[in-house]
Structure formats: structure tokens, C-alpha cells
Design a protein around this ligand. Structure first.
Ligand code: E4P
Length: 153
């Protein structure tokens, strides 16, 4: 699995923790860090969120973890990229269902909301989940994709 990570300056420290954990995870083949590189970079969250989502939409990454102050701005930004499903996931159950129910490629964290140990625990669990395309959830997700495809025409 190839995972892209990114954060604005509010989330850079938590992003770096998650990035380093992912790099040590044998289930992860590649971690792509799009920045920010430091808290001194004040590039706004949509630039990072959109760039990370495009990496997935373009097939250069499979999943992403994005961090900002709340996780909300990153989720909104990523969801603007066609084909991307992203959500804030500050608890274990939501992170699990984001894959199993919604086939999300991206979860987001708010560094001002979640502590580092919980974020790392959720990250570890989230890597292990896969979407079942034969599940009852598949048709529900397909309706979202269908709407998105029609809206683009
Ligand atoms: O959703 C936005 C993020 O939380 C960001 O880090 C902070 O945004 P703000 O400075 O507009 O509150």
C-alpha cells in the first residue's frame, strides 16, 4: 500500500509522527510526504489537501492521511477531487467504517482535537482494513460515484 501524507502548519508535527509510523509499517510499501516540512510553512490547508487527493486520483498513491487543526478543512478539500472519498476519523469505529462502509481513500485528523497516541492507534488499525466490493455497502458507494460521474458531464 502506498500512502500519501500531508498537513498544514497546524498539523505538521502530528503528520510527521504518523508518517514515521507508516514508514516503519511493513504493510506500507511507500509513504509520500507532501509537506508541510515545518511549522514555519504557512501554506494553507487546501493546497495540501487537494495535492494529496490528486495523487490518489492519479493512481500515484492508494490512500492518504491528512492533518490540519480540525481535520475538517482537509476533508472538505480532498472531497473536491473527483473520485475521492475523505472523512475526519477521530475514533476507531469511524476509521474502520470509513473503509468498510464508505471505501474512503483518505482519513483526516485534527491535531487540535486528537492526541498523538490515539491518532497512531487509529492509523495502525486503518492500514489493516479493506473494502469488500461484494458487500451491501458497495451499491451505496456506487450511487455516490454515479452522481459524481453524471455531474461531471
Ligand atoms: O480546517 C482547517 C484547519 O483546522 C486549519 O488548520 C486551520 O484553519 P483556520 O486557520 O482557518 O482556522
Amino acid at each position: 500500500m502506498r500512502v500519501v501524507v500531508a498537513a498544514d502548519n497546524a498539523g505538521v508535527d502530528l503528520k510527521n509522527l504518523v508518517r514515521d509510523q507508516l514508514r516503519a509499517d511493513e504493510r506500507v510499501s511507500e509513504v509520500i510526504d507532501l509537506g508541510a516540512a515545518s511549522v514555519d510553512d504557512d501554506t494553507a490547508y487546501p493546497h495540501f489537501g487537494l495535492a494529496a487527493a490528486e495523487k490518489i486520483a492519479n493512481g500515484e498513491a492508494d490512500r492518504g492521511i491528512l492533518v490540519c487543526g480540525t481535520g475538517i478543512g482537509m476533508a472538505i478539500s480532498a472531497n473536491k477531487v473527483t473520485g475521492i472519498r475523505a472523512t475526519v476519523a477521530h475514533d476507531s469505529y469511524s476509521a474502520e467504517r470509513s473503509i468498510k462502509s464508505n471505501n474512503c481513500q483518505i482519513i483526516t485528523f485534527g491535531a487540535r482535537v486528537i492526541g498523538p497516541e490515539l491518532a497512531k492507534k487509529i492509523t495502525h488499525e486503518w492500514i489493516g482494513y479493506t473494502f469488500d466490493p461484494t458487500s451491501a455497502s458497495a451499491a451505496k458507494v456506487a450511487r455516490i460515484t454515479e452522481y459524481e460521474t453524471q455531474a461531471a458531464c
